[in-house]
Design a protein around this ligand. Structure first.
Ligand SMILES: NC(=O)c1ccc[n+]([C@@H]2O[C@H](COP(=O)([O-])OP(=O)(O)OC[C@H]3O[C@@H](n4cnc5c(N)ncnc54)[C@H](O)[C@@H]3O)[C@@H](O)[C@H]2O)c1
Length: 300
């Protein structure tokens, strides 16, 4: 009997995945504006889809103001600012995203809204487009399931502020082929200059599953008279060298976003540490959402 063996594995050069040049972004809030700005300053073409007519003018103005701040701080030249803005087109028609290689959904953290968007995206795009969500806690698998092409759907969980923070959690589902994940990983690293960490599709991924219970515990501490927001924040800033205390951070993230993530974590794991405390719920019901509305645990 003759046995043929391969003496050593032959190193084959894996072909680099094709780079992403045309990006679509949905939503021009905290994350969508930041992701659009980042992509445009990295030389990528961006089509930004908004849901309300006033945002057609407000979204580019918001991004222009963010770019202005970077020019003032000497981090960008006026020429780079102009070039970046020229790479962004704004639309209120999702069908205008049909030519995009990658679409990043950054609409509010509302499962039914996101499902409706992914269902529509599945209709207006074909196999050449990868669909991504920057959801913090909603199952990517559920979003993938409502499209006609679940194997083209991933999660790209950016952090706020998008331009400054280096991490993107990259979420593949059980149906995402390695080639799709590799292409998105290359977009994040080579295209955007960020670092990616592969994470499992479970609510909160890694960072929020650890961070949100901490924020909720800090809110419970304020609620139960354990200290004011300022005291709790100063304690964590000075005692643990955190750059920002938990109440300031919750205000920065958005109290509605924190509540939505807590709800999704609670739904998935059914553990009390994920339950939003009443103070947080009342603040959100009152429209006190943090920095974005001018008032949360602090006034801005
Ligand atoms: N804020 C954070 O720190 C943070 C960090 C990481 C991920 N996320 C996630 O990113 C997503 C967006 O969060 P955000 O903080 O930017 O929210 P946001 O409320 O600031 O922005 C959402 C934007 O989407 C728009 N919108 C609503 N419906 C739309 C539709 N059908 N089509 C297009 N736009 C629509 C809203 O008008 C708003 O401008 C959420 O899933 C959130 O969980 C947020």
């Amino acid at each position: 009997m003759s046995v043929t063996t391969t003496p050593f594995p032959v190193a084959t050069e894996a072909a680099a995945p094709p780079s992403v040049q045309r990006v679509g972004v949905i939503g021009s809030g905290t994350m969508g504006a930041g992701i659009s700005e980042l992509c445009a300053t990295r030389g990528l073409s961006v089509t930004l889809a908004v849901s309300r007519r006033p945002s057609l003018a407000a979204a580019p103005a918001r991004i222009a103001a963010a770019l202005d701040r970077r020019v003032q701080r000497g981090r960008l030249t006026a020429t780079e600012r102009r070039a970046a803005l020229a790479r962004i087109a704004v639309t209120d028609d999702l069908a205008a995203l049909a030519d995009r290689e990658l679409i990043i959904e950054a609409a509010p953290e509302d499962r039914e809204l996101k499902k409706a968007l992914f269902s529509r995206l599945g209709q207006v795009t074909d196999d050449s487009t990868i669909l991504a969500s920057t959801t913090s806690a909603i199952s990517i698998t559920q979003l993938a399931a409502v499209t006609a092409r679940p194997e083209r759907v991933v999660g790209v969980h950016f952090f706020n502020p998008v331009v400054a923070l280096p991490l993107v959690e990259l979420v593949a589902t059980l149906r995402t082929p390695p080639a799709v994940t590799a292409r998105v990983a290359a977009f994040v690293t080579t295209g955007l200059g960020k670092q990616q960490i592969p994470v499992t599709d479970r609510s909160g991924f890694v960072v929020n599953a650890l961070l949100v219970p901490y924020l909720l515990a800090a809110i419970r501490m304020v609620e139960s008279g354990g200290g004011s927001a300022e005291t709790v924040d100063r304690a964590m800033e000075l005692g643990c060298a955190h750059p920002m205390g938990p109440l300031k951070l919750a205000d920065l993230i958005g109290l509605d976003v924190v509540t939505a993530i807590a709800g999704a974590l609670y739904e998935e794991f059914k553990q009390p540490l994920y339950a939003a405390p009443p103070t947080l719920l009342r603040m959100v019901e009152s429209g006190l959402l943090g920095r974005k509305t001018g008032r949360g645990f602090y006034t801005y």
